[in-house]
Design a protein around this ligand. Structure first.
Ligand code: C5P
Length: 232
């Protein structure tokens, strides 16, 4: 898959999502469906957006015992999403089970990526509450290596961590990065942010962009600005 801009469709209904996406007539955006939209509309939203021609990153961040994750991934695989994800914290047995569950009879499967550490988790919280010692970067590197060894295709990480993931796991291991803002834009509640151009320079494969596009006065212009800065 080529480098692309993924729009985070953080809407609560299908109607709002379709009204928003119908405005993009020139280029069908790759879209991310998160928990809010999936839980309010159900699996049909994935089939429907796929039928409308969008590539889909289904961001449900699974984390459970291996057998449960395997069976859930089997269901998600049948919906036609292009990228799905889970928490690397679930461990290698869970990740290997996920790959098995995702793989269809013909051997194909969606790309599977792992969340390493959420960007909302600080070093203090990770050390003291989650009881993981060391730096966030060390955990991201170790979790990314574990994800790769378990057969996954990449990780979700901060764009600022994309370089260290590539160094640890190789250029082909995908980095999908939220936390994107324009140089002249608001950062909102994201703390570790960078621009689409800088994310490209660091080595990100897909940028996930929500409010800088969805809340823009002209979402199509904002999307095209991301595409022009990030895509080849
Ligand atoms: O609006 P904004 O560009 O901040 O949206 C970023 C999207 O990426 C949201 O859907 C958010 O849930 C998601 N995300 C994130 N940080 C992570 C993982 C996912 O911002 N570590």
């Amino acid at each position: 898959m080529k480098k692309d801009v993924i729009i985070a469709c953080d809407f609560s209904s299908a109607a709002q999502t379709f009204a928003f996406l119908d405005r993009f007539t020139e280029r069908k955006p790759f879209v991310k469906i998160g928990m809010e939209l999936f839980y309010s509309e159900g699996p049909q939203i994935v089939r429907e957006l796929k039928a409308r021609g969008h590539d889909i990153f289904l961001d449900l961040k699974l984390h459970d015992i291996p057998n449960t994750v395997k069976k859930a991934m089997h269901v998600l695989s049948s919906l036609g999403a292009d990228i799905v994800n889970l928490h690397a914290a679930g461990g290698s047995e869970m990740m290997r089970a996920a790959v098995e569950g995702l793989t269809r009879e013909d051997g194909t499967r969606p790309l599977l990526i792992a969340v390493t550490q959420l960007t909302s988790v600080s070093r203090e919280r990770m050390n003291e509450e989650l009881r993981i010692p060391g730096s966030v970067e060390d955990t991201v590197r170790a979790y990314a290596r574990n994800a790769k060894a378990s057969g996954l295709d990449g990780v979700v990480c901060s764009p600022l961590e994309a370089g260290l993931v590539k160094d640890a796991c190789g250029a082909d291991f995908l980095t999908v990065t939220p936390g994107i803002r324009f140089a002249d834009g608001d950062t909102g509640d994201q703390s570790r942010v960078t621009t689409p151009a800088k994310a490209k320079e660091i080595g990100s494969d897909f940028i996930v962009v929500g409010r800088p596009i969805t809340a823009a006065d002209d979402p199509i212009a904002a999307y095209m600005r991301c595409v022009n800065e990030f895509c080849d």
